[in-house]
Design a protein around this ligand. Structure first.
Ligand SMILES: *Cc1c(COP(=O)(O)O)cnc(C)c1O
Length: 461
């Protein structure tokens, strides 16, 4: 019979737990106080459980739970994975992987002091932006540039610095949610900017903008529809028309490009993605985009445009609150140099993936399949760009299909197995089949993938 008093008495003391073999071994590496604290917390859990009418856990089980707690604290939850989902810019998997040059640049400034805000010529204070500003101006043709924490903060800074307590006009079809709770109307409200929506969901014309201009208007906003596509009977106002209207009325055009792209995507069989250089050439005042979408660098918000506007952003107090750190600044600069040298498709990982020829993808898919010893088939499929760029745009690929034979192993179970690998391998599930896409995996990761698939083949005999 369950006797609560007996169960309480069965619980070990802290000293006995610490004297166990496993904790004695941990005590060689971890301070005594930490282990005492974890032991006390676990005993407290046990007491609550007994008070709730359950039997006390066995001594070994209590020790094992404490050891697991220590292990959980020391192993970082944030760790590398292999992205075989077939979504190249997967926000949940950290968006863009970086080039070797970008990683080396980041490591160097992380390890040592740097000339971050120090002018080596004069020996006096400098600006962290000068390193990157000339690079961005050269690449895009803009007069000035500024890099901040991410694109959401770039848009917010632009609105607050130039349109606070004024009106900003945006097409109703572009007052959208980008994802992750970033909604254009909410950002406006936070920025103390009055949003004036014009047109209808599917059609907006330049006249709609013209008629909405008032003495309180500060800017015309264009937002690239990055995660959805309007189809059928639609009309959008072109950036040229917006700029022409803004010039007549002495207003700012703020262009939120979202992804921000330097390369012509049609050469890879994709839909055209608006180019940063194009927005600059059309004369937009401020152009904002992310560093870690199609640019393929670290997280950053990049702003290029007219000097008169960028200067006001640089001086605004919010600029300090959203400033970028030295490590990502170094990584972004190294990434931009790949475009300067016209080597992005061989160096920047996301462009290597986008430009990978079909024969190479097919060959790698067959290699992966060999590791699974006939427990898979290679099928035709599509890779998504993701990350709020090229909505609906996909690239052809070959996919490994696992778990299509209805049997003991469901796609979910196989997916879990691959996620528990030493380097977790992440696929995507479609119609109860687990799909693995070599296009979103760099060839240098193939060895890890093949090992994971061999291990899987061994257990799904
Ligand atoms: C992705 C995106 C943002 C947000 O960019 P972050 O770099 O994630 O902050 C803003 N606007 C558009 C149109 C986007 O696609």
């Amino acid at each position: 019979m369950f006797e609560m008093e007996t169960e309480f008495r069965r619980l070990p003391g802290v000293d006995k737990i610490l004297a166990s073999e496993r904790l004695t071994r941990l005590a060689e590496v971890y301070p005594h106080d930490l282990l005492v604290d974890l032991a006390r917390k676990q005993l407290e859990c046990e007491r609550r459980s007994v008070a709730g009418g359950r039997a006390a856990s066995a001594f070994d089980k209590i020790v094992a739970v404490i050891v697991n707690r220590v292990r959980a604290l020391e192993s970082p939850g944030l760790r590398p994975v292999v992205n075989a989902t077939g979504v190249i810019l997967h926000t949940n998997l950290g968006r863009a992987p970086l080039s070797g040059e970008a990683v080396a640049a980041m490591e160097a400034v992380a390890r040592d002091y740097s000339s971050l805000e120090f002018d080596l010529d004069s020996g006096t204070r400098g600006s962290r932006q000068v390193h990157i500003e000339s690079l961005l101006c050269q690449l895009t043709g803009a007069e000035a540039a500024l890099v901040v924490n991410n694109n959401a903060s770039a848009v917010l800074l632009g609105l607050i610095a130039l349109a606070r307590r004024k009106e900003v006009i945006v097409s109703r079809g572009q007052a959208v949610e980008i994802g992750g709770g970033f909604r254009i109307p909410d950002v406006m409200r936070q920025g103390g900017v009055k949003l004036v929506e014009v047109g209808t969901t599917n059609c907006t014309y330049i006249n709609d903008f013209e008629q909405a201009i008032s003495p309180r208007t500060a800017a015309l906003l264009r937002v690239h529809s990055s995660n959805f596509r309007l189809m059928g009977f639609t009309n959008e106002v072109s950036l040229e028309d917006l700029v022409a209207l803004a010039e007549r009325s002495d207003l700012l055009v703020l262009d939120d490009l979202g992804s921000g792209c330097f390369l012509d995507t049609t050469q890879f069989g994709l839909a055209p993605e608006p180019l940063v250089q194009q927005s600059v050439a059309y004369g937009a005042g401020l152009i904002c985009f992310s560093g870690d979408k199609l640019v393929g660098g670290p997280q950053a918000g990049i702003i290029v445009g007219k000097k008169q506007f960028i200067d006001r952003l640089k001086k605004h107090p919010l600029a300090r609150a959203v400033r970028i750190d030295k490590i990502r600044l170094a990584g972004l600069a190294a990434t931009l140099v790949h475009y300067l040298k016209d080597e992005a498709t061989t160096k920047v990982p996301v462009w290597r993936m986008i430009s990978a020829p079909m024969e190479e993808i097919a060959r790698r898919a067959e290699q992966w399949a060999l590791a699974l010893e006939g427990k898979t088939k290679v099928i035709e499929g599509e890779t998504m760009i993701g990350g709020g760029s090229l909505p609906g745009g996909t690239l052809p690929t070959r996919l490994l299909a696992l778990g299509y034979q209805r049997g003991r192993h469901t796609a979910q179970a196989l997916g879990r197995k691959l996620r528990s690998h030493e380097v977790p391998l992440i696929g995507r599930i479609s119609e109860d089949v687990l799909l693995l896409d070599p296009r979103s995996v760099l060839p240098e990761e193939d060895e890890v993938v093949i090992q994971a698939l061999r291990d899987l083949a061994a257990v799904v005999k």
